[in-house]
Design a protein around this ligand. Structure first.
Ligand code: DAH
Length: 342
């Protein structure tokens, strides 16, 4: 009687033909679910003649494994069928949808343009570390421990390394280069810098600068001005205007801040330039003789100029982006809009 029932179930399972996922699920519940119909047969074990119990057990196991195997098989077949079904109606000769190629980050585009402009007049690329020591970032640049100018730049120090910090400006590369190369020196140093600043639409705790340094005999302020004008015209077109405002930096004397005239054509221009049309893009000056001395260069023989420009601001201007935070969010929808060959 029990054997017959098991035999019957086995045939039933073998002959079952679920046609779709719902029927397959019904199959699973019936034969493999927690209340499946094979289970009660196991509890009849006690009623079976002891001599036949082993065979009965084997039989029931066979019923169970057959159901499992069949379910696995049917599942694969149905999935295959569904896939073929969904492929029907697809035109295999149609061109594929456009794939998105990566695009350059606006900061990268602007930085590469700056590098290229200066390389055309002989400035070599000098890259250096972002984790810098106090000497190269401050002391060599004429900003000793108690110098008030240190307050100008809120610094991130490395907690467990007394002398190490995240560089606050690319001017640290000036010290790296001057202590390892002999004049004439003509370098451009791009890179990321960090300052402990509140993040807002106009400032961020990380940003990019490009530093320039030119040391030779008889370098004058006129050379500096001419170089900057050349830069502005290459970057912003032949009509670009710049103005230099006297300023103060510990590592240059005299020092100036450089504004580029952007004009006031759109709302965004007003906002970015605070309604003046002028935007400050860099600091510059003649390298302070003390800095040369600190780095082992004789100020009696050599002179030089230096400048350090912010990249984000120029990217905001170029692409009329209103908020600097967009540059660091990595939002694909924003980034996809930028194209450049370099
Ligand atoms: N390091 C300055 C800053 O981050 C910018 C700067 C000013 C760099 C004058 C220079 C320079 O090389 O000569 O604010």
């Amino acid at each position: 009687m029990e054997f017959e029932r098991a035999e019957q179930l086995l045939t039933e399972i073998k002959e079952a033909k679920p046609q779709n996922t719902e029927e397959l699920e019904a199959f699973r519940i019936k034969y493999l679910g927690s209340k499946n119909i094979i289970k009660p047969l196991f509890s009849l074990m006690g009623k079976i003649d002891p001599q036949l119990r082993k065979d009965y057990g084997l039989m029931l196991n066979k019923v169970k494994t057959t159901a499992e195997e069949k379910y696995r098989q049917l599942k694969i077949e149905l999935a295959d069928e569904q896939q073929t079904e969904s492929r029907k109606g697809i035109d295999l000769t149609a061109p594929p949808p456009p794939s998105h190629k990566g695009s350059r980050h606006p900061v990268d585009i602007v930085m590469n343009r700056v590098i290229r402009i200066f390389s055309k007049i002989g400035f070599a690329l000098a890259e250096d570390r972002e984790i810098e020591d106090d000497w190269h970032n401050f002391t060599a640049m004429n900003t000793p421990e108690d110098h008030p100018a240190r307050d100008m730049q809120d610094t991130y120090y490395l907690r467990d390394f007394k002398n190490l910090l995240l560089r606050t400006h690319t001017s640290s590369v000036q010290a790296r280069v001057m202590t390892s190369q002999k004049p004439p020196i003509r370098i451009i140093a791009p890179g990321r810098v960090y300052r402990n600043e509140t993040i807002s639409a106009r400032s961020h705790c990380q940003f990019h600068q490009v530093e320039g340094l030119y040391i030779d005999k008889n370098v004058s302020f006129a050379d500096l001005k001419q170089t900057l004008l050349y830069y502005a015209r290459e970057m912003y077109g032949p009509d670009a205007k710049i103005r230099l405002r006297p300023s103060y930096f510990p590592f240059t004397e005299p020092s100036a801040e450089v504004d580029v005239y952007w004009g006031l054509e759109s709302e965004t221009d007003h906002r970015i330039t605070k309604g003046t049309g002028w935007l400050e893009i860099m600091g510059c000056g003649m390298v302070d003789p003390q800095v040369l001395t600190n780095c082992g260069i004789d100020p009696e023989v050599y002179s030089g100029f230096a400048f350090g420009m912010g990249i984000e601001r120029q990217a905001l201007l170029t692409y009329r982006i209103e908020d600097i935070r967009w540059l660091f969010e990595n939002d694909i929808r924003f980034l996809r809009q930028f194209h450049s060959a370099i």
